[in-house]
Design a protein around this ligand. Structure first.
Ligand code: FAD
Length: 416
């Protein structure tokens, strides 16, 4: 089978990429999704708060996904569900399998990677203790409660205050559980400010910053956990231990972009984000392969996923229609003082018709500061920010007319 565009993953990123590629003139598009329905992780996010930027409405996750699924259906874009992509070769041959077709291959002229991310597990944390029942990743607990109608437990401790941990603190409370505490290793929460207020403060759930789980008690089932304060290096401080009885420990300790396919295909990855290194078209290091959504870098808001994915879909369509090529000397985009990473990682100015949105995350909370962009010694722009935090993605807009040399561009956070 041959296809002009194959999209791997039918979550919000894959759906928006498909719609944009279609609207840019491509017709021969196929979405491959391993789950039994389109919509990705949004299907289990039944809380509201989605789509404020895109639709100026507060939608639930399934409602937001539904809007894009409708657009895919209206355009009659084809998709295969319960279809797992097993391999992407360096010449864009995709190997996938499902019950009807068995193992099959597709020769794709272009590919959009939209595989999302998965949760970091307990194994990655080295928490001592037995392996009792009652330890779940927050996303698994969310799926059990919201999709399978099952309650993981009654007395809960949550480790990790990223958005999933915060959302699950509220969800478990609403379902009748007692959430005793949310512990966070860092001195700040990794989640959105609005989620700290709406999910913890509104329900009087304590948040213990600079704390971690140092022991899990219980052999068959969790009976309690011990928390301790950590020092600046993240090491537990002896004598600060506190015991909490509970039957459930939820871990919300980070998301990892699902890039096994990309890695095997030889696509270059960014060591900080875990996602492919891309230019402003969201083109990866492999010709004709583009990336968007959480597989590229972990997003805070799905609206930004959709915006980014539309660009990836449009770029894939342009690649098929015009076979745009790589240019000799792209401009590097560097994470300067106070910035963890930037997406894209470089700019191909010859292809820069529209202003480029550069998204990035900061390394720590900073108040009354400014975001400054330099090319060499020249300041390209500066914007004041009352506060920046690692949990909230930042962005700047770069225009072609700002750039006069091929020197690297640096984005920094400076004192305001
Ligand atoms: C618990 C939680 C709460 C959130 N709350 C909010 C919120 O309140 N507001 C907000 O704006 N955003 C929220 N988000 C963020 C938002 O949901 C994500 O940013 C968005 O879903 C990412 O979209 P995606 O398409 O990149 O990834 P996903 O939604 O993860 O979709 C990826 C898809 O790819 C498929 N896939 C992966 N590998 C393969 C393969 N090899 N073959 C075939 N298919 C494959 C997966 O099955 C999946 O369907 C939340 C996220 C989570 C997890």
């Amino acid at each position: 089978m041959k296809k002009e565009l194959v999209i791997i993953g039918g979550g919000p990123a894959g759906l928006a990429a498909a719609v944009a590629a279609y609207d840019a003139g491509l017709r021969d598009i196929l979405i491959l999704e391993r789950d039994e329905r389109l919509g990705g992780i949004l299907n289990q996010c039944i809380h509201n708060g989605f789509g404020l930027h895109t639709f100026r409405e507060e939608l639930t996750g399934p409602e937001y996904a539904g809007r894009f699924i409708k657009q895919v259906e209206e355009r009659k874009i084809s998709y295969k569900l319960q279809t797992m992509v097993l391999e992407l070769s360096h010449d864009r041959i995709i190997t996938a399998m499902n019950r009807e077709d068995g193992v099959f291959q597709i020769e794709a002229e272009s590919v959009v990677l939209a595989m999302g991310c998965r949760e970091r597990s307990r194994g990655a944390l080295n928490i001592p203790g037995y392996r009792p029942a009652g330890i779940y990743s927050a996303g698994t607990a969310q799926r059990l409660v919201n999709m399978e109608g099952l309650m993981p437990g009654k007395e809960v401790v949550i480790l990790g205050s990223g958005d999933i941990g915060l959302i699950m603190a509220r969800r478990m409370t609403l379902e009748g559980a007692k959430v005793k505490v949310v512990a966070e290793l860092m001195p700040y929460s990794g989640g959105l400010k609005r989620n700290i207020v709406q999910c913890l403060q509104d329900y009087d759930i304590p948040l213990k910053l600079s704390h971690t789980v140092v022991d899990i008690q219980g052999k068959e089932r969790v009976e309690g956990v011990t928390l301790a304060k950590v020092d600046e290096k993240g090491k537990p401080v002896p004598g600060t231990e506190e015991f909490y009885t509970c039957d459930t420990l939820l871990l919300s300790v980070g998301l990892l972009p699902e890039n096994e396919l990309s890695k095997k295909a030889g696509i270059k990855l960014n060591a900080v984000t875990g996602g492919p290194i891309v230019d402003q078209r969201l083109a990866t290091s492999m010709e004709g392969v583009f990336a968007c959504g959480n597989v590229l870098h972990v997003h805070d808001l799905v609206d930004f996923v959709s915006q980014e994915a539309m660009l990836a879909g449009k770029s894939a369509a342009m690649y098929v229609q015009m076979q745009t090529k790589d240019y000799d000397q792209p401009i590097a985009l560097l994470a300067g003082e106070g910035v963890r990473y930037t997406v894209p990682a470089y700019l191909v100015t010859e292809e820069m018709e529209e202003p480029v949105t550069v998204r990035f995350r900061v390394t720590g909370i900073k108040k009354n500061c400014k975001i400054v962009v330099y090319q060499g010694d020249v300041q390209l722009l500066s914007k004041k920010r009352p506060v920046v935090a690692p949990g909230e993605m930042e962005s700047v807009l770069l225009k072609k007319e700002m750039l006069h040399t091929k020197e690297a561009i640096r984005i920094c956070v400076e004192e305001g």
